[in-house]
Design a binder for this molecule. Structure first.
Ligand SMILES: Cc1cc2nc3c(=O)[nH]c(=O)nc-3n(C[C@H](O)[C@H](O)[C@H](O)COP(=O)(O)OP(=O)(O)OC[C@H]3O[C@@H](n4cnc5c(N)ncnc54)[C@H](O)[C@@H]3O)c2cc1C
Length: 571
């Protein structure tokens, strides 16, 4: 088996991975970056959410000077905590607020050009390399660091002995196993967008980091919270921000019927719900705008959407969101004239707000195992826009710096035959010897459909049970009816296994949280219940399976006027 050796192994090829690789190098470590598919090539396997070419513009949230009028630090920190409805990690939010300006400065120093000094926005034009800008710019820096880049490298598990991470194993796209012996490992594998039929996230973002961390003994938390929002499903994906509407939204189903009122509780009008939705893009039950998102999703789930699972939205004559001309131009580039054509929209999964529980150095509870970017959990029930890209830089940098230090005095050794079998080869052999009918790739679309129906926008006990049943069916197929027809199927097998593991975590956390909070809306428990649920759900794995516990990360902070927001619109 091919074996590599390094001080710091960074897994992933997005903005968090590139930031932590540079930081680890600058801190004196030998670095290696392992990525699925190609490194930093938008639109192909391996390009993470940071390299997603499908967007009109991107934003990193900026923080202004203390005492100033524009996003002053203390107020921004308050906003982040309040947006999280008590569940965002207040200490990590403080680090974000204190360090995001340095991260932006670092990016500028590497050659990044933002559209506006104050907002750190990036229009996703061809000339600006679209959203791939951050990765391209940091990749150029990495080329000068002597970092060894392993492409087509699907990392499948972390090697852990006595609570210490010793490296990672995986298989290449060509079915070859490998082991990277490392002093420290940084997980920067992005989120789990591929779990859902409608998501912005590219192939490859299959929650591997969450699943591997869990198996390695780390904790996950806040996994029931996901950011979701309205976007077009056809002819391309584009977020649709409905910030200002002079009149109620004009939406109708495939039969031309206006349907939103069918979903509104008694006493709530279409105008009221439209006004509320104008204040935020993310799906959230903190106000009654949730019913608009329920309507859009529910109508398609009921089979009354378009062939692209969408409902029609007429935006002619409406003022639209932030930088409307950018959106207009973007839609024109795919042949949609907003003054004439109807948009086909649906709720999409956007990002995971939870993830691996980390400390202020992005260190998990497994010694030598770090997590950053969307793989790390620090955001809460809802989150502020622009904090994921910025957070990837802030915590990516911290992870790389600390990983270099931890790697320095770490013993490195080879795998024993037993470890080799336990962490990789036992499973590879079982998969390869299986003589069933189901190729792993066959399971993806049915899983995505099921999870989009049952886990996004709203959940109740029945939907969660249906999601569980789907997970169990698919696990049985992987265990008893698997067929590895070509080497790449092995990589897809691991992805599917991880998707199922992460889906189980989300379902379990959503079942446990018998209330509604921010992005987690339980239609059978529609009220927020601070008395019982002003807390986080931690998930770990032991020999019996998943173990969930309530543990509030902000017990010492103390929240007043929970949910009170200064920034409008938010999201
Ligand atoms: C359309 C869109 C618009 C967005 N707009 C904004 C915005 O304006 N502001 C904002 O703050 N956030 C935004 N986000 C969210 C933000 O882009 C992501 O949260 C962030 O880029 C995640 O960065 P990351 O480095 O953690 O992961 P990613 O960029 O997703 O990278 C993950 C990497 O890990 C690799 N990988 C995964 N598993 C493995 C494995 N097992 N082995 C090897 N490699 C692996 C993937 O191939 C990929 O290279 C947006 C997201 C999308 C999709």
């Amino acid at each position: 088996m091919k074996t590599y050796e390094t001080d710091v192994l960074v897994i992933g090829g997005g903005g968090a991975a590139t930031a932590s690789t540079i930081a680890a190098h600058d801190a004196g470590a030998r670095t290696m970056l392992a990525v699925k598919g190609r490194f930093g090539v938008p639109g192909v396997r391996g390009a993470g959410a940071t390299s997603n070419p499908k967007a009109d513009f991107w934003t990193i949230r900026t923080v202004g000077p203390k005492g100033g009028w524009f996003n002053p630090p203390d107020e921004t920190w308050q906003d982040m905590c309040q947006i999280g409805l008590g569940t965002a990690d207040a200490k990590l939010c403080r680090i974000f607020v204190d360090e995001v300006s340095d991260a932006i400065k670092r990016l500028r120093g590497m050659g990044m050009r933002f559209q506006s000094k104050m907002l750190a926005t990036m229009p996703a034009t061809k000339e600006s390399l679209g959203t791939n800008n951050i990765v391209q710019i940091q990749k150029a820096v990495i080329e000068g660091t002597g970092t060894e880049v392993l492409e087509h490298a699907n990392v499948t598990d972390l090697v852990v002995d006595g609570g210490r991470c010793l490296g990672a194993v995986g298989v290449t796209d060509f079915g070859e196993p490998f082991f990277v012996r490392a002093g420290a490992v940084v997980l920067a594998t992005g989120g789990v967008g591929q779990l859902f039929q409608y998501s912005f996230n590219p192939p490859g973002n299959t929650g591997d980091g969450y699943a591997m961390a869990l198996r390695a003994g780390a904790d996950l938390f806040n996994m029931e919270f996901m950011q979701q929002g309205i976007a077009t499903t056809w002819p391309t994906q584009a977020m649709v921000m409905l910030y200002e509407m002079p009149e109620p939204y004009r939406m109708f189903n495939r039969h031309g019927k206006h349907f939103i009122e069918d979903y509104l509780p008694a006493g709530l009008t279409l105008q009221e719900v439209s006004n509320l939705k104008a204040w935020h893009w993310p799906v959230s039950c903190r106000d009654a705008a949730i019913h608009l998102d329920r309507a859009i999703h529910g109508e398609a789930v009921a089979g009354r959407g378009t062939d692209h699972d969408a409902i029609f939205l007429d935006l002619s004559g409406a003022r639209r969101g932030f930088q409307p001309e950018v959106f207009e131009e973007y839609m024109a580039s795919v042949g949609i004239d907003l003054g004439r054509d109807l948009l086909q929209i649906q709720v999409h999964h956007h990002t995971s707000n939870g993830g691996v529980r980390i400390d202020e150095h992005a260190h998990s509870k497994v010694v030598g195992l770090f997590a950053c970017g969307e793989t790390a959990g620090w955001q809460g029930a809802d989150r502020l826009g622009g904090t994921m890209l910025g957070g990837s830089q802030v915590f990516g940098w911290r992870a790389g710096t600390k990983a270099a230090e931890v790697a320095r005095d770490r013993p490195q050794r080879d795998l024993t035959p037993d470890e080799l079998d336990r962490f990789l080869m036992g499973d590879v052999r079982r998969a390869q010897e299986s003589r069933g009918q189901t190729r792993p790739g066959d399971l993806l679309a049915p899983l995505q459909r099921d999870m989009w129906r049952n886990l996004l926008v709203e959940r109740d006990a029945e939907q969660l049970a249906a999601a569980r049943a789907c997970i169990e069916r698919q696990r049985a197929a992987l265990a008893g009816d698997l067929r590895i027809a070509e080497p790449f199927d092995l990589a897809l097998y691991y992805e599917q296994r991880n998707l199922l593991d992460v889906a189980e975590v989300i379902v379990a956390a959503a079942e446990m949280r018998t209330e509604s909070r921010g992005s987690h809306y339980r239609s059978d428990y529609p009220e927020r219940n601070d008395a019982e649920w002003m807390t986080n759900i931690f998930v770990s794995r032991d020999e019996k399976g998943l173990a969930l516990r309530k543990q509030w990360v902000n017990a010492e902070v103390g929240f007043e006027d929970i949910g009170k927001i200064r920034i409008l619109p938010w999201g």
